[in-house]
Each structure stands twice: as structure tokens, then as C-alpha cells.
Design a protein around this ligand. Structure first.
Ligand code: SF4
Length: 505
């Protein structure tokens, strides 16, 4: 079908934004000042993408790069044209524009008298559960094909992404780290609908702000960065979006004009967990089942090892026996409580320049007492890491695997609602339970820590620590990592003590 598209100046990312929500594109073009600052992609994510992109270029060595210049897109396009005319066979960030649609191709490779397009993604999975290419990836490469087909003969389109089955042994193998998936057929199918999509964006952009309500599209495929503006009618506290395990029913409530938990009619059917959350919210009662809490506490044996791992992950493995995105434990904290009431604290923090696993195993097996319980919060994570460590070091695997049966999960009494507080809002993570049980306790306040205030911070900072040149800053960060992990196990100790106090009252 012929669709007349006039010049409208749209980059690839703006087109993707428009596909997600016309209102988002309209706001981006007309009211950029309303954009949420906090949701703008973080520097670290950008760096990850950059590293992957740079490595993928080495799969097609010897190419010429078009340097990005936000003040001179015309120059980038002209340079691309000139490279093509001069017979360059591999171009990185090749830049094109057609009818004002502007795209940059990660890698463009000459193949006979045609060209192949390669789009690089740092993800490990590009297909959905029906084995179709996920829309967000397909749309991205399909618009490139649409623009390029106006001036080049195209051969195939590929998505190059990370293969997380790759296990590094020796030199990094780029051919094994990356998978190239031919998505040409899906891209060609998509070409039929692109003109109409562009036409409707063009019509929308010359009109008033579209009247589009909030909905699931605000998160799919990306969390929108205009939520502060569009979601201002949703209460900040106790909205229907604070219901845990709502199974999507919050959208039905929204359709009914119900925004607050307080306004949900008793006749509205939610699941058992969500109903309980709402009932406790409305009554503001605190539930304490002393019998069950006591039964749980009786399963914990002295000496009690309160234990917590921190892990990091990397897209590009640095060490042997490391896979992309695989969690690698690099740190632990251990508070040991003996039956006579004495405490001991032990900890380990790996060297950021080396694979930390071997030293961690040796220290951990030495530090954890040979008897007694090992208490973790959400034990499945710690147990999974221990199984991975056993695979990593077969010479110590029995000792490691023997630890597993000694684990007790401190989250259990909260998960099972032996103790429930309306402030939990249906959740039971330590970050929710701790401030509720110990409000305004400076000893247990994660916000008083430095740059490492949660597991995500620890993961990200340790992975990059080896790149930091400033030794003094490195030592400061290592101290902050130790302080964070120490607080995690101290928090468990205090929660365990609090549970004892509850059954004594
Ligand atoms: S917050 Fe939702 S409705 Fe508003 S622009 Fe974003 S996606 Fe559209």
C-alpha cells in the first residue's frame, strides 16, 4: 500500500517510543521538560552496552567507524555515503536518513553486491515463549531495513546477541560469546506495516497531546519516562498498584475508576494473598502467631551462622569457568551466635583483580562452624551459589554440599505470615521487614551507608572495581562493601532476636 509520509524528523529510538505509546512520543517532542530524570538510562547500563557493541565489531574486523556527532548528523550521513561509494566493506554505526527517519546501523557488511545489517544486543534471549523474535528487537532492526532499503540493496538482517551457554576457557572467543540470528523473514514481514505506523505518528505529532490513559503499555517493552506526569492521579501511598500478587487485577480496578486500596469494594475478588493484604491494611492489625513462630525458632540450632553472599555478574567473562551473566559470589558476611550468648563476626571480600571463588570457598569452609544452623534470608539464593561453587571446585564439593541441609530460611515466618504487619504490603523481603520491625533505628539504616546500599549496588560496583585506577578510592569502596554485607547479617541477627521477643511477650 502506498502511504505518503512527509519529512518528520524521527530517530530510531523515537520511532520505538512511538510504537510503545503515541502520547510518550508526543510528550518527548513537545514537553521534554516533563520527562522523569531518574528513569533516564543509567551510565552503567550504557557502558555495558558499549562494551558489548565494541566487542561485536571485532567479529567483523577492519571496518570504518562513523563517529557520533550530535551537531552534525548530515556529516555522519555524508561520510557513510562516501565510504559506500569508495568501496568500504564494513562500516560501524553507518548512518542513514530517509524522509526524516534517522537510523544508525551497528554493523553494516558488504556481501557480494548487497549488504547485511547486524544489530547488536547485550541480551541472552531475543525470542519470546512462542519462539518468535521479541517485538522490541524486531521493531528496532525492521526500521533500519526500511530506511536502508531506500538507497541500498539489502541481503540479510541479523541480531547479534550474547550466548550465555559460553564458558570461558583461556582466551576470550568472540565467535562463541556471540550468536548471530538471521531475522530477515520477520523483518520483511514487518515492512508492510511500517508505512502506516509512520503515517499515524505523523498525524498524531501535528495534533494536540493524545488522550491515552495509563496502562500496561507504560511498562512494555520499556518503563516509560513520563510516569510522574501521566500517573499523577494515582495515590503515592496504598494505591491499587501496591497490591502484591494482584495478578493483573489492578488494571481492572483502574478501568473501574478505583485507584486506592481503601476504595476496593469487598465484593471485588482478588486472590488469597492479596485479599489478606487488603484486610490487614483496612484493619491496621498486626498478626503474631506465637505458636508457629516458636516452632520455627526451635528448628534453629546453635551455634547459629547468620550468613549472606554478595555476587557479581559480567556480560563478558573475565575468568576461566565463567559464563556471561552468571552470578559469581565475591563476598560474604557471617555473624556467629554461640549458645552462651557470645557473638563473633567473620567476613570475606575477594580481590577484584582475580577470580574470587577459590579463596572464598577456602575461607567460607573454614569460617562456618562445623555444627549448627546456617541462617539466610531467602536461602534459595545462597544454596544456589553453594551448588555452583561445588561445581566450580570438585575437590571441596562434598563439604560445600553438606552445608545445604543445615540452612534455615529466616524469611519463612514472614513469607508464611506467622508475623504480618500492614506496612509489609504483602511482601516479606528484608528491606521491607527490617524498617517495619525497627523503625528509625540508625544501627539498621541502609540509607546511612555510603554508595553501597543494596545488593544491586554491590554487584555493579564490584564488577567495575578492577577498572578504578585510584587505589585510595578502591580501598574506600571495599570498606563500603564490607559495611553493607556486615549490615545484612547483623539485620538477620536483630530479626532473629525480635522474633524471640515476640514469643516471650
Ligand atoms: S506514562 Fe504511559 S500513558 Fe503516559 S506517555 Fe508513558 S506510556 Fe504513555
Amino acid at each position: 500500500m502506498e502511504v505518503n509520509i512527509k519529512m518528520m524528523n524521527l530517530s530510531k529510538s523515537q520511532y520505538i517510543r512511538g510504537l510503545q505509546c503515541h502520547r510518550s512520543l508526543w510528550l518527548y517532542k513537545n514537553r521534554l521538560e516533563l520527562r522523569d530524570k531518574s528513569n533516564i538510562q543509567t551510565d552503567s547500563l550504557f557502558k555495558t552496552g558499549y562494551q558489548v557493541g565494541e566487542l561485536a565489531k571485532q567479529l567483523f574486523a577492519g571496518g570504518v567507524e562513523i563517529a557520533f556527532d550530535s551537531d552534525d548528523f548530515g556529516g555522519m550521513i555524508a561520510k557513510t555515503k562516501s565510504l559506500i561509494t569508495n568501496g568500504t566493506e564494513v562500516i560501524y554505526e553507518a548512518t542513514f536518513s530517509e524522509n526524516g527517519i534517522f537510523v544508525m546501523v551497528d554493523i553494516l557488511v558488504k556481501n557480494g553486491d548487497k549488504w547485511d545489517i547486524f544489530e547488536v544486543k547485550g541480551t541472552t534471549k531475543i525470542q519470546n515463549k512462542n519462539k518468535l523474535i521479541k517485538k522490541k528487537y524486531l521493531n528496532d532492526i525492521a526500521i533500519q531495513w526500511y530506511v536502508l532499503s531506500c538507497c541500498l540493496k539489502l541481503n540479510r538482517a541479523y541480531i547479534v546477541h550474547i550466548d550465555n551457554t559460553y564458558v570461558r576457557q583461556g582466551e576470550l572467543s568472540l565467535e562463541s560469546l556471540f550468536k548471530k540470528v538471521d531475522v530477515t523473514d520477520a523483518v520483511l514481514q514487518q515492512q508492510e506495516i511500517i508505512p502506516n505506523q509512520l503515517k499515524s505518528m505523523q498525524t498524531m505529532l501535528i495534533s494536540d497531546e493524545p488522550n491515552i490513559s495509563i496502562g500496561k503499555h507504560c511498562f512494555d517493552p520499556y518503563e516509560c519516562d513520563f510516569m510522574t506526569y501521566c500517573w499523577q492521579h494515582i495515590p503515592k501511598e496504598n494505591s491499587v498498584f501496591d497490591i502484591s500478587y494482584a495478578n493483573g487485577k489492578q488494571w481492572r480496578l483502574l478501568d473501574m475508576g478505583i485507584y486506592s486500596i481503601d476504595d476496593i469494594p469487598d465484593s471485588f475478588h482478588l486472590g488469597a494473598n492479596a485479599s489478606l493484604q487488603i484486610a490487614y491494611h483496612k484493619s491496621q492489625e498486626v498478626k503474631i502467631d506465637k505458636t508457629k513462630i516458636k516452632m520455627f525458632l526451635d528448628t534453629i540450632k546453635y551455634p547459629i551462622n547468620f550468613f549472606d553472599f554478595e555476587t557479581f555478574q559480567e556480560v563478558v567473562p573475565r575468568f576461566n569457568n565463567q559464563r556471561p551473566y552468571k552470578h559469581i559470589p565475591f563476598q560474604y558476611s557471617l555473624h556467629i551466635l554461640y549458645e552462651d550468648g557470645t557473638f563473633e563476626h567473620k567476613e570475606f571480600l575477594g580481590d577484584e583483580n582475580k577470580d574470587p571463588r577459590e579463596s572464598l570457598i577456602v575461607n567460607m569452609l573454614n569460617d562456618i562452624t562445623s555444627e549448627g544452623s546456617i541462617v539466610a534470608y531467602n536461602q534459595s539464593f545462597e544454596i544456589k551459589q553453594i551448588k555452583n561453587l561445588a561445581n566450580f571446585m570438585p575437590s571441596r564439593d562434598k563439604e560445600l554440599l553438606d552445608l545445604i541441609e543445615r540452612f534455615v530460611d529466616l524469611a519463612y515466618p514472614f513469607q508464611k505470615k506467622y508475623y504480618y504487619h500492614p506496612k509489609f504490603k504483602g511482601k516479606y523481603s528484608i528491606k521491607v521487614v527490617l524498617p517495619t520491625l525497627f523503625p528509625n533505628d540508625p544501627e539498621l539504616d541502609y540509607k546511612k551507608l555510603g554508595t553501597v546500599q543494596n545488593g544491586g549496588d554491590a554487584m555493579e560496583i564490584f564488577a567495575k572495581l578492577h577498572l578504578l585506577k585510584d587505589q585510595t578510592k578502591r580501598e574506600e569502596i571495599r570498606d563500603e562493601l564490607l559495611a553493607y554485607c556486615h549490615l545484612d547479617t547483623l539485620a538477620m541477627v536483630r530479626i532473629w532476636e525480635k522474633l524471640h521477643t515476640m514469643i516471650e511477650d
